[in-house]
Design a protein around this ligand. Structure first.
Ligand code: SF4
Length: 506
């Protein structure tokens, strides 16, 4: 979080907000959030988002406009990325985002921008604001099968609990960070550390977390996780059973048994249905753990940073027994992890003891293919927030109608132009991938809470029927005129659906 203080930049007077109250000695009281900073001339408030410029309350960051370009008259592609020359933008290709738009508090005041535009013959309205979210957090997906810490274990930053380990997903460990309890329900320090961690994660910055009973991880949206100082490279190809299913045919004829080591489901080829369908002879090698179904074993070891997310560093330790009535001298045995990073080839000697041996090329090729089929390991940060509170009053005087309209898919919700997933059920609980949002989308206020852009786009007739603030509707052309030369213009990311295309990308 940046410190408030003397302005180190200039702010155009047209960014002056409709709100804020002048007090004596040139002081302006900012009323854009509950902190109600008294800001001296030439200085910024506690969040650095608002400043006192010549007695006016001013939003310090430019509003972000996003523009798409046309290459063949039909298909829209990214804005060329060249610096904006300040000329009037084409309204048919421009979207006003909530980034830098400003906040209203308390929320019965209309949103900073309520923009009307015509799209494919339909009059539309986009309500644009920066929401202050006390109910928010991030879900972090970390593509690794390494055990980062026990489920439900506290996740800490600088010693403060900011979240917990939640249910692992397929090939990924998951963290839940933030949320109202950590922002408001603990000590002041816990709330501030949580808010700071959220702001950094949402802004694409690295954050080092530690997990009680587990490991240290550096998490950064769109970057590989770094576990105990070691960057992760591969996301596993699948669980042990799935790896058997994928590669069984390629192993058949080259090896007599394959054990794919995995913390969740370790696979044993000749027992597995895949091996049976290929008429593979039983090898008589029993692994440790609890047998689930043929060739699929749970809990073969403890979780850890070793082979396949277990604590195993010597795969031979997984063998419980070798049945002399079934196994035979010369039996070719392969152990591999689910990423192919760890592999060991053995041959049983005359006493049926596995002896490590050079891996034949045909088998090495399949192990390499496991690695080739692994996707790069990344961290994904998804912002999740509740927009079903007083924020709605800046959109309409009858908020429940907005909630219902969003639930029915009549009103599109975007965050900085990025599509939001809206949870079914009550409220407006949204999720968005932070990497699809413009840089600098997020801010904070010291209540503490996270500030994030949000836009609601809907047909104008519906907006009025919802009880929208009709008197505050401004044409897009007028917004573009008012912000010409001051707004930040960004290219529209082609992978984001155009918010005014109703019915697309919901
Ligand atoms: S912390 Fe709140 S009151 Fe203070 S400048 Fe920021 S938005 Fe305004």
């Amino acid at each position: 979080m940046s410190d408030p203080g003397q302005l180190g930049f200039t702010v155009a007077p047209s960014r002056s907000q409709k709100f804020g109250a002048a007090e004596g000695d040139g002081i302006v009281r900012c009323d854009a959030c509950p902190v109600l900073c008294r800001i001296r001339p030439g200085r910024a408030g506690a969040c650095s988002r608002y400043a006192n410029v010549d007695g006016h309350l001013v939003r310090t960051d430019p509003v972000v406009l996003m523009q798409r370009t046309v290459d063949d008259g039909r298909r829209f592609v990214e804005f060329a990325g060249a610096a904006w020359d300040g000329q009037m933008l084409d309204p048919s290709r421009t979207f006003v985002t909530g980034v830098g738009a400003g906040t209203t508090y308390p929320d019965y005041k209309p949103a900073p921008f309520i923009v009307s535009a015509e799209h494919e013959g339909v009059d539309t309205v986009t309500v644009v604001t920066e929401g202050i979210f006390s109910y928010c957090g991030v879900k972090v997906k970390i593509d690794t099968d390494r055990h980062l810490g026990p489920e439900t274990a506290p996740v800490r930053v600088a010693g403060e609990q900011v979240g917990h380990v939640t249910t692992a997903e397929y090939g990924s460990q998951m963290l839940s960070i933030g949320g109202v309890r950590h922002l408001t329900g603990g000590s002041k320090k816990e709330g501030n550390v949580t808010c700071d961690a959220l702001l950094k994660l949402c802004s694409g910055e690295p954050v080092e977390v530690t997990i009680d009973g587990g490991h240290g991880v550096v998490v950064q949206a769109g970057a590989p996780p770094v576990v105990d100082g070691r960057p992760e490279e591969r996301m596993r190809v699948g669980c042990g059973s799935a790896t058997i299913g994928i590669f069984a045919q390629q192993w058949a004829g080259h090896v007599d048994e394959v054990i794919v080591v995995d913390d969740h489901i370790t696979g044993v080829l000749t027992e597995h249905q895949a091996g049976r369908c290929l008429d593979m002879r039983s090898a008589g090698i029993r692994v440790r753990g609890r047998k689930s179904t043929p060739g699929r074993y749970f809990q073969v070891a403890n979780p850890g940073l070793g082979w396949g997310g277990t604590d195993v560093t010597d795969p031979l330790s997984l063998i419980q027994k070798i049945d002399p009535a079934v196994a035979w001298p010369g039996l070719r045995l392969l152990f591999t992890s689910t990423t192919g990073e760890d592999a060991l080839y053995c041959v049983l000697d005359d006493n049926l003891v596995p002896v490590p041996a050079p891996m034949p090329p045909a088998i090495g090729t399949v192990v390499d293919r496991i690695g080739e089929n692994c996707e790069p390991s990344l961290c994904t940060v998804v912002f999740m927030a509740g927009a079903g509170g007083s924020l709605r009053a800046g959109v309409t005087q009858n908020p429940v109608l907005l909630t219902r309209s969003v639930a029915k898919g009549q009103t599109r919700v975007t965050l900085g132009g990025a599509p939001a997933y809206v949870w079914p059920g009550g409220g407006i609980t949204i999720m968005a991938d932070v990497t699809r949002m413009p840089k600098g989308s997020f801010g904070y206020v010291p209540t503490p809470a996270i500030v994030a852009p949000i836009e609601f786009t809907l047909p104008r007739a519906l907006y009025l029927a919802l009880g929208g603030h009709e008197a505050d509707v401004t044409s897009l052309a007028e917004v573009l005129r008012a912000t010409a030369g001051e707004a930040r213009v960004e290219p529209w990311p082609e992978h984001n659906p155009w918010p005014l295309d109703q019915g697309e990308g919901r």
